[in-house]
Design a protein around this ligand. Structure first.
Ligand code: NAD
Length: 371
């Protein structure tokens, strides 16, 4: 057992330099132990060919159940580049004006929306109306009203709506969740979520309220909100929050730079979190119970995630998050698979409702009850 573990750990390190090689493939586990996959494949079109869209496309090259089949972009040169790079036919290539025509394309099953936050609402609704399943990046929407409208539109069109929560499939994260569910930490008392980075270019869409819907909270603070919920295993019932702004030029009205927030859970646990665009090296989750703890640092980066508990280091192998996510999401959409932590529209909406409440708590200085 130990030699297998050592072997996997060595492979993890080796595969870090080989982004297109999945660990289980490198280990030969899937090749030698199981027959080639012959089940259904989710054919996905990516909307928004920016930095994260590119990361997802590259990760999908080693998916088993999901395949990049189409593109939607406003930039013709990017479409050409992706057609060549990812072998995408002209018939599966769209722009923002004509993508409703995807309705008539039987070669696409789902669209993955990876555009600036404020565009998600209209784009997801258009995809739903075109009868395709939708995967939408976080935050699913810039407020709860828009999130609910997206859920309603997908329900009405009878298509599935998933949110790109890649950490819900990350092995060390899932191990801490398993241990907490098994009672190994005892009664859960406290969660700490620190999430942030120092943002650069002041002209980018992430610092434009119209496109981002806010600042650090929408972009990175959402990981602490979402993480507090899956680590504690309950839905918070109240929130308090305080904002600090050191640069009013860069972080204009409605664009939060740093927010500290606290969440209260029905079982008595509290969460203390930080969301910021002004500090690097902030990516840490700590879950504390009466008889143990689980810690992840880094907790939400692209990995490898590192973690330990009161019982020792976590040694689950690193796998490219987006490869695992897309294979798992294909299973959810095509086979009705149930993930350990949900990734549906309702899950996305819960986080957006908490963001709304955090902004209200900052504005009023009062504790906000969550319904
Ligand atoms: P990006 O700026 O690199 O890419 C955005 C893309 O959207 C670009 O290709 C751009 O051309 C396109 N776009 C379409 N309409 C636009 C408009 N009106 N204004 C500006 N750009 C427009 O951003 P990104 O980092 O790829 O982020 C995109 C989404 O993905 C965001 O919602 C973000 O929160 C999410 N994201 C998620 C993760 C994750 O780990 N899950 C990581 C990064 C980003």
């Amino acid at each position: 057992m130990n030699s297998r573990r050592d072997f996997l750990q060595k492979l993890t390190i080796a595969s870090m330099g080989l982004p297109f090689v999945r660990l289980q493939d490198a280990a030969g586990m899937s090749d030698f132990c199981s027959p080639p996959y012959e089940g259904p494949v989710l054919r996905v079109a990516i909307m928004g060919l920016g930095s994260y869209g590119t990361r997802v496309a590259e990760a999908m090259l080693t998916c088993t159940k999901a395949k990049l089949a189409g593109v939607i972009s406003g930039t013709p040169s990017k479409i050409k580049d992706w057609q060549t790079r990812f072998n995408i036919p002209e018939n599966n290539s769209y722009n923002y004006e004509n993508f409703d025509r995807i309705k008539d394309n039987p070669a696409i099953d789902a669209v993955y929306v990876i555009t600036p936050n404020a565009l998600h609402h209209d784009q997801v609704i258009r995809v739903a109306k075109a009868g395709k399943h939708v995967i939408c990046e976080k935050p699913m929407a810039i407020n709860a009203k828009e999130g609910q409208e997206m859920i309603d539109a997908c329900k009405k069109a009878n298509v599935k709506l998933l949110v790109g929560y890649r950490m819900h499939f990350e092995p060390k994260t899932l191990e801490i969740i398993r241990m907490r569910k098994a009672g190994e930490f005892g009664k859960i008392m406290f969660f700490q979520g620190l999430t942030g980075f120092k943002i650069g270019d002041p002209k980018q869409w992430r610092l434009n309220k119209q496109l981002a819907g806010g600042g650090a909270m929408m972009d990175i603070g959402i990981y602490a909100i979402n993480g507090s919920r899956y680590m504690v295993g309950e839905e918070p019932v109240w929130v308090t929050a305080q904002e600090t702004k050191t640069n009013h030029e860069k972080f204009k009205e409605g664009v939060d730079e740093t927010i500290q927030f606290q969440l209260g859970f029905p079982g008595g646990a509290v969460a203390s979190c930080l969301s910021t665009y002004s500090m690097n090296f902030l990516d840490r989750f700590l879950l504390t119970g009466e008889s143990g703890f689980g810690e992840l640092q880094p907790a939400t980066g692209y990995g490898p995630i590192k973690g330990r508990t009161n019982k020792g280091e976590l040694d689950q192998p690193h796998m490219t998050h987006q490869t695992v996510q897309m294979d798992e999401m294909a299973g959810i959409i095509l086979e009705g698979k149930q993930p350990v932590v949900p990734v549906d529209g309702d899950e996305g909406l819960r986080d957006v409702k908490i963001i709304d409440a955090i902004f209200l708590a900052v504005k009023t200085g009062k504790k906000v009850e969550l319904k």
